[in-house]
Design a protein. Sequence first.
Length: 198
Amino acid sequence: MKKSIVLILLIFTIGFANAEKFSKGKIIFNDGKFKTGFIESSWSRTILFKSSESAQPEKIKADDLKTVVYINDDGTTDELDRIRCYGLFNKLTDYEWLHVSERGAVTIYVIGVTMGANTTRKANFVDYYAIREGEPGAKMIASVSGGNPNSVFRNKASIYFADYPELAEKIKTKVHTYKTIMQAVREYNQWAAAKKSK
């Protein structure tokens, strides 16, 4: 009887270990050091990382990391940054993991939420956050939901991109709207890169 219980436990343990899914990727620590290998596909406070497919996984605290990069089979990447955001009353939130949509002088994160997912009356909310290197937190530059989604973009993005007056003016005069957010960001990043190279 004891042998059969041990065997069942062993099979269960092996099955559970094999259920862990690892993906190719890179982890970047807060100090800039990095490791490439295989990263657990889903995690919360602790990440399992393997230097090779056959290596034993090591536990790494998510708080010790700045970025997690997953490398897809086609060579594209999915990146997550651990950052803070400015929330209500302009207060910084705790650190959270946000998906990178565009990286450059200004990096953009997109947060999408669906309310009432199990009902016929769904509401989709998509918020865009922007951060420059050295800024303590990301600021919302657009919130796309019901009502007038362009008003938030026009007000917030024109202030955020005020160091590039031509772009800020395009946002104020609706040359760029919430529908062309990423185009506006790329325009800013090209301008910032050209300015830096002078």
